[in-house]
Structures are given as C-alpha cells and as structure tokens.
Ligand binder design. Structure first.
Ligand code: EPU
Length: 422
C-alpha cells in the first residue's frame, strides 16, 4: 500500500492548477447514460473514483475513451446496455447510487446494489428510493440490491413533487437526472444548492433538459422525450482549492490557485480571512498569503452555502497549530471525526464530545506515522504533516487517491518536501 512521506516546516510558494471537481464529475459521468448520443466531458480529474465510475459504466456496456491532456473523456451509452450496478463496484464507491435515476429514466429498470457501511456515517439511501417511488418506480430491496422497474404498461417515469426529509446532494442529482426524461413536471423542494448540482443542471440543459431554479432549494424540471449529446466542462473542485488554501494558511507562504472559483468557497474564505490569511480573488484564481501562526476559528458544518463538511478536517488541522481555542461542530455526518485521534498522535490537543470537537491550538506538531481513514481525513493529515517538525508518514493514502488529482506532485511544485513511497 502506498504511503506519503512528508518532512514538515517548509512554507509553500508558487502556483497550483486546480482540477475538475470529483463531486461534479461523478454525477456527470452518470448523466451520459441518459442519451444514446456521444457525450464529451472535459476537465475530468484523474482520480480513483472517476476510474471506478468509468468501470461501472463500462461494465454496463457504455463505450468510453479518453483524449488529450486536458481531462477529456467521451461516452456513448447504447440502447442495449445492461442496467446493473454490482456490489463489487458499489461497495468501493457510494456515488455509484447515482446511476439509479438515469437508468430508470431511460431504460425503465435498474438493479443497483445497496452501498452498505461507510466510515463517516451511516449514509442510508432511503430518500433516493422514496423520490424514485414518487416518480412512479416500483422498488424492491432483495439480496442486497435495489431492484427498480416501472409498473406494467408504463414506459416512463412521471413528474412529481419531491420534498426530501433532509437536504441530500446525490439525492437531488438522482432526481434531476430522472426528472429530465420523465413525463410531465417535477418540483424538487428542499433541494441541495451545491455548485456541483448547478454544474450538473447546466450539463443536462446542454443535453436538451428543461430545468429552472438550480442553485436554489426549489428546482423545477419539465421532462422531455429525449436528450441529446453535448460537450461539457467539469466545474473546478472547490474542495481541492479549499484544501490548498488551508495548507498554505497552515505552513505560511504565497500561492496562486489557477482555475479556482472563490465564489464557491465564501464560507471557507471568510474563516481564513478572520484567521489572518490574506486572500485575493479574480474570475479564475485565488491567491493566498499567510505568515506566522493564524488565529483559530470556530465553525459549524452545514449544507451549501454554509461551511462544507468536506472541509471540516482540513480546517481543523489548521486550528491545531493556530493561536487560541476553537469549537468545530459537524452537523452533516455522525462519525466524521476519525482524523482527530491521528492529529492527536502528531501532538494536537483536541477533545470531542458527540458532534463537537474542541481544539486547543499548540505552537508545534511533531512528525509521526499516521493512518488515513477517509478522503478528507487524509487531506487533514497531509496538512498537519506539512507543518509538523521532522518526518510524517501518512499510511493508506489510497483514500487520498480517490479524490485528489496528483496531490503530492502539486504540493511538491509549490515547495513541499513530500514523496510517495510504494
Ligand atoms: N441521508 C439520508 N438518506 C438519504 C440520503 C442522505 O439519511 O437517502 C443523510 C446522510 O446520511 C447525511 C445527510 O443526509 O447525514 C447528507 O448526505 P448527502 O446525501 O447530502 O451526502 P451524499 O450525497 O452521499 C455528497 C458528497 C460527499 C459530501 C456530502 C455532503 C458526492 C459524490 N459526495 O454525499 O462528498 O460530504 O454530499 O456535502 O457528491 C467527499 O467528497 O469526501 C464526500 C464525502
């Protein structure tokens, strides 16, 4: 298993190019199932999760090819494909559930494995099932699979008003894709507002879908008979950008993030600003400058546009070496403090009580061997390792490879002493 070896204590300086967003690319790969025409995505990040999603599509019979250096990928989903997502693939990536909506909408049936357990929380998919049922699907859970079909005599899903019990990102994406090809109107209430939802909606509109209100909590979709192929550029990864911002704020330095969208990171940038980092942003870049210890910041994770749960661990790493104490409240997932005990191994002072972690800033961390437990936890350990005195080894970085495009190469490019050990 690969590990990262980091020698901490170097400031970061220079430029980094931010990749396309994992959490936009994954639903957008699934949206290619909605048409038999070729669909081209550009700016697709090179990630393990993208490779898994591609394998899942290949396994159904979707033809795909990559082209060029700029993350270009084309897909063609024939009418004859097998609408099935097997356990072996779904268990490695929960986002596989995103095939449910497009398969039901275009083929009228789907057999999709239930994802099973997850390190950061129980993460059920009950809302996805309820929404598809509201659109007319019959769904049975048997032998660990969701077996979905349309009632006898029906050839399409129908529009519905769907109000989920909580805000769900992939749930909203599944409903958007299903409703795009359903008969009649769908109204999504309590919809997620993440920039990745907006990006998916824009791709669907380019395919001929009729969608209004994306980016708000009420999305209106008028179903159409068929969708066509399109070319779509995946939006920049706000979480990758936020991770680099926290890394520079922690180590000190001066870095420009190219292709980063500051307007998608308001909540994180506000906190970094209050902490004492200097942030400057234009249409397509964010520049961050920091020196010395910053001031710790309390925050609470919430749905977009609030502070993202996917940035909680990375900002906590920054709080560990800031001045003062901070209170971090995680409201989205019930088990997303797995990085805490690893940060403590590096010398951090953190106490947790349920969904709250209290961090007492310390003036130094000291390198150690630590273990990554999930994607964003891994990123927080890398940030802590960049600051810690001496050598830090981050084990199990396959988690990092799921969601960061060449993170260690990008960090090396701005001056970090970091290498991958095979
Ligand atoms: N929930 C349910 N039932 C459902 C759906 C969700 O109870 O049917 C609960 C979840 O258990 C959770 C809350 O609702 O407590 C919100 O979950 P959501 O459905 O929004 O999460 P997700 O769609 O499974 C996406 C991202 C996650 C990100 C969350 C929250 C993708 C592929 N994944 O997950 O990304 O943390 O939204 O913003 O978009 C990551 O990139 O590291 C990651 C985990």
């Amino acid at each position: 298993m690969d590990k990262l070896r980091i020698i901490g204590g170097r400031p970061l300086n220079g430029e980094v190019t931010i990749s396309g967003a994992k959490n936009a690319a994954l639903p957008e790969l699934c949206a290619t199932l909605l048409t038999a025409e070729p669909v081209t995505l550009t700016n697709v990040p090179r990630l393990r999760d993208v490779a898994t999603m591609r394998l899942l599509l290949d396994n159904m019979g979707v033809q795909s090819e990559t082209h060029g250096e700029r993350g270009g990928m084309s897909f063609q989903a024939p009418d004859s494909l097998k609408p099935e997502a097997p356990y072996e693939l779904v268990k490695t990536m929960r986002a596989s559930v995103l095939v449910l909506g497009p398969l039901l909408a275009r083929f009228g049936r789907a057999r999709v494995s239930l994802p099973g357990g997850c390190a950061i929380g129980s993460r059920p998919v009950d809302q996805h099932i309820k929404g598809m049922q509201a659109m007319g699907a019959e769904i049975l859970v048997e032998h660990g699979y969701m077996v979905a079909q349309l009632p006898a005599g029906k050839t399409r899903l129908h529009g519905a008003r769907i109000a989920t019990d909580m805000i769900t990102v992939t749930g909203t994406e599944n409903f958007l894709m299903a409703a795009a090809l359903a008969e009649g109107e769908t109204l999504l209430e309590n919809a997620a507002q993440e920039p990745e939802i907006t990006d998916l909606a824009e791709m669907l509109i380019a395919m001929g879908a009729k969608i209004e209100g994306h980016g708000t909590s009420r999305i209106h979709i008028q179903g159409v008979d068929r969708l066509r192929g399109c070319t779509h550029q995946v939006v920049a990864d706000r979480i990758e950008a936020g991770t680099f911002l926290c890394a520079v704020a922690a180590t000190g330095g001066d870095v420009i993030l190219r292709h980063a969208r500051a307007e998608h990171l308001d909540a994180v940038i506000d906190k970094l600003h209050d902490a004492g980092a200097e942030i400057e942003a234009g249409d397509d870049f964010i520049r961050v400058r920091a020196s010395g210890r910053l001031k710790a910041q309390s925050f609470r994770t919430t749905e977009y546009p609030g502070f993202p749960t996917d940035m909680q661990a990375q900002f906590m790493a920054l709080n560990c070496i800031a001045t003062g104490s901070s209170k971090v409240t995680e409201t989205i997932f019930e088990n997303r403090f797995m990085h805490v005990n690893e940060l403590v191994r590096l010398g951090a002072k953190i106490q947790t009580d349920g969904k709250v972690a209290v961090v007492e800033g310390t003036d130094k961390l000291s390198g150690a061997i630590v273990m990554a437990t999930d994607l964003r936890a891994s990123a927080s350990l890398v940030i802590a390792g960049l600051v810690a005195e001496g050598e830090t080894i981050v084990d199990r970085i396959y988690h990092l490879d799921r969601g960061y495009d060449q993170m260690e190469a990008k960090l090396r490019g701005i001056g970090a002493d970091i290498e991958r050990i095979k």
